[in-house]
Design a protein around this ligand. Structure first.
Ligand code: C2E
Ligand code: MG
Ligand code: MG
Ligand code: MG
Length: 282
């Protein structure tokens, strides 16, 4: 049961249990029902070509509409899903729902956009992962080239040798690979050269102070140069201001993602935004 697998003393709740722990417990209990009762939804955040402003891809970001607590964000419940082992089935749902949505857009006649899905470290360790991806692509009918998986640099660097093998197998299917939150996980140039990777996503912590901090500007500049050398697609995360956008454009960043363009939105909004972009009014 979840209680017995919980860490951090969840199972020993007493009178002194604090609110924080109490809400963790509620979330953990609720997670079991959430899938069954269709309380999860995916919102999609566009990534746009920095030069043309066109949407090239979207990232699927999970949200939980909790019956009592309202909207719960993934940073609050994904760690619980990992601890409790529920991340496997939740992750499988996310993958299938995202692929299904991507195909629906194609069938609606939208210009094709790639669908990026976040994978946690636990999912990478699943033996069934490759089969799960193959099954979902087959079941939904989405061509592999329209799927991208995002894995954080930190997760990759926890066990680079093993991860490289898994990512290679995924890439062989034709699925794209992105390293998420890049710059925080201390991978070396030597590793990067060996990673089967298509895209680096610069962590938003570096993008945030790009205009104020010479150090952060230098780091982002270096990542962009390195990306160019290795012929990788570079996405800057968390772009919120025109100043940041301008810096990134001047330093040859390819794509941006962030509140400046759009937060994660329901799928209908993506259709509107892509159509607006097509008409040149976006
Ligand atoms: P991430 O993959 O790095 O996703 C980017 C996060 O930054 C998202 O938060 C997004 O809403 C937020 N963001 C985007 N643009 C901006 C901006 O301009 N400013 C600021 N301040 N934030 C911005 P979100 O949706 O809360 O997701 C947080 C993390 O949860 C994600 O980080 C990802 O690691 C994880 N996550 C989300 N969905 C899933 C999922 O389906 N499966 C797994 N395993 N993890 C997920
Ligand atoms: Mg991501
Ligand atoms: Mg990220
Ligand atoms: Mg992140």
């Amino acid at each position: 049961s979840v209680k017995s697998t919980g860490r951090n003393g969840i199972q020993f709740f007493t009178d002194q249990i604090d609110l924080n722990q109490n809400s963790r417990l509620r979330l953990l209990n609720g997670l079991h029902l959430a899938l069954q009762q269709q309380q999860f939804v995916l919102h999609y955040q566009p990534k746009v070509n920095i030069h043309t402003g066109q949407i090239t891809s979207v990232e699927a970001l999970i949200r939980w509409n909790h019956p009592e607590m309202g909207w719960v964000m993934p940073t609050e419940f994904i760690p619980l899903a990992e601890e409790s082992g529920l991340i496997g089935i939740i992750g499988r749902w996310v993958l299938e729902e995202a692929c299904r949505q991507c195909l629906i857009w194609q069938q609606q006649g939208l210009p094709p956009i790639r669908m990026a899905v976040n994978f946690s470290g636990h999912q990478l360790q699943q033996e069934s992962l490759l089969k799960s991806i193959t099954d979902v692509l087959k079941k939904t009918g989405l061509a592999a080239q329209w799927l991208e998986v995002e894995i954080t640099e930190t997760v990759i660097m926890q066990n680079p040798e093993v991860t490289i093998n898994i990512l290679q197998a995924i890439q062989k299917l034709g699925v794209h690979i992105a390293i998420d939150d890049f710059g925080t996980g201390y991978s070396s140039l030597a590793y990067l050269k060996r990673f089967p990777v298509n895209t680096l996503k610069i962590d938003r912590a570096f993008v945030r102070d790009i205009e104020q901090s010479d150090t952060d500007a230098a780091i982002v500049g270096a990542i962009l140069k390195m990306g160019a050398t290795l012929k990788l697609n570079i996405v800057a995360e968390g772009v919120e201001t025109h100043g940041q956008r301008k810096f990134l454009e001047q330093h040859n960043c390819h794509e941006i993602q962030g509140f400046l363009y759009s937060p994660a939105v329901p799928p209908e909004r993506i259709v509107e935004m892509v159509r607006q972009g097509e008409n040149g009014t976006g």
